[in-house]
Structures are given as C-alpha cells and as structure tokens.
Unconditional design. Structure first.
Length: 188
C-alpha cells in the first residue's frame, strides 16, 4: 500500500526514520511538526510562574507502566530534600493495579501526590504555572507529545527520556534535559 502513497507527513524525524526503515522512500516523507491550539491554554502573562521555595516537579499524562511514572516515583524517593514536591496528574482508574503499585512505592512520602485527572486549558495553564519542571519518563517511543509543546508555551522546562520523537523537542540546557534510561542525564 505504501507504493501508492505520494507523500507521508511525519510530525518527527524519529517517525520519519521509522517509516523509511519500514518501506517508505525517503523522498516521499516530509517532516512537519504538529502545531497545537493554545487559545484555551492562555497566555503565560495570564498565568505567570508562581514563585516557591519548593522544587515543583509535575507529570501530566496517562498513568500506565509504559509511561514510566514509577521511575519518577522511585527517583523522587531517593531524594531526601523536604523541598521536593512531585505531583502526578492523570486518570487513576484506567490501570488500577499499576496505580496500586505506585501507591505502594510512594508509601508515606507526602511529597509525592497522585493528583488524578483534570480537564481544561485554564487548569492546565494553572498547573504549569505552578511547575518548575515537567517530567516525561516514558519507557516507549513517544512521537511528539503535546504536553511538551504546552509546557514550553508556558516557559516550563522538561526532563524527558532520551529516545523517540520527544527527545528531538528538548534542547539540552535550553528547554530541558534528556535522561538516558538506566543511566543519568545527557550532558549538553
């Protein structure tokens, strides 16, 4: 079927490379980042960053093992600083066994909170205004997550797994840092 396609639009170089390795001729692929409508998100001027004496880390997304949320919990548990605050936003009902595992890992650490899901651009802007760093610790290939574009629009840097299309979005020491799975930060 790919022989009959004149042009493929890929939202990341990562996906473009996958298509090329599969069967699509490179001259048939155009890399074009997706855009997102930020009208509902609001302007950073309407939701300025809120100062805090805490280090506010946020995860926004699906609460599923392949998203690596447990890696964030485990890393946070290794940091003894009481100023650390980790908020994990997402649907807590879809994978109840995984959520139960997260609760066990969190234990009595009040710095780490499973905050549940929310809807609406204004709420998202409010959460990001109260966030110092967004963490996307995925264990699978992300293509080009909108949550990163939304975070960057609000001036929020990101710490992401260093593979897939999301790694392309993060410019080390500019828009965030990339984390090598199993071994520390990528140095800019």
């Amino acid at each position: 079927r790919f022989d009959h396609i004149q042009q493929v639009i890929s939202p990341s170089q990562f996906l473009c490379d996958l298509h090329t390795r599969a069967v699509v001729a490179p001259d048939r692929i155009v890399v074009s980042r997706q855009g997102i409508e930020l009208v509902d998100l609001g302007m950073p001027k309407l939701f300025p960053k809120q100062p805090s004496d805490r280090v506010r880390v946020t995860y926004l997304g699906q609460i599923a093992e392949l998203k690596g949320v447990h890696l964030l919990v485990d890393a946070a548990r290794q940091i003894e600083d009481p100023r650390l605050q980790v908020r994990i936003f997402g649907d807590l009902t879809r994978f109840p066994d995984y959520v139960a595992q997260l609760r066990t890992r969190i234990g009595s650490d009040s710095r780490i909170v499973l905050s549940g899901a929310f809807k609406g651009g204004e709420r998202l802007a409010s959460v990001l205004a109260d966030t110092d760093v967004l963490v996307v610790p995925s264990l699978w290939y992300e293509n080009s997550p909108n949550v990163l574009l939304e975070a960057f629009a609000m001036g929020t840097p990101a710490l992401v797994s260093d593979f897939g299309g999301m790694a392309e979005l993060v410019k080390p020491a500019v828009t965030g840092l990339r984390l090598r799975l199993g071994g520390g930060l990528e140095r800019p």
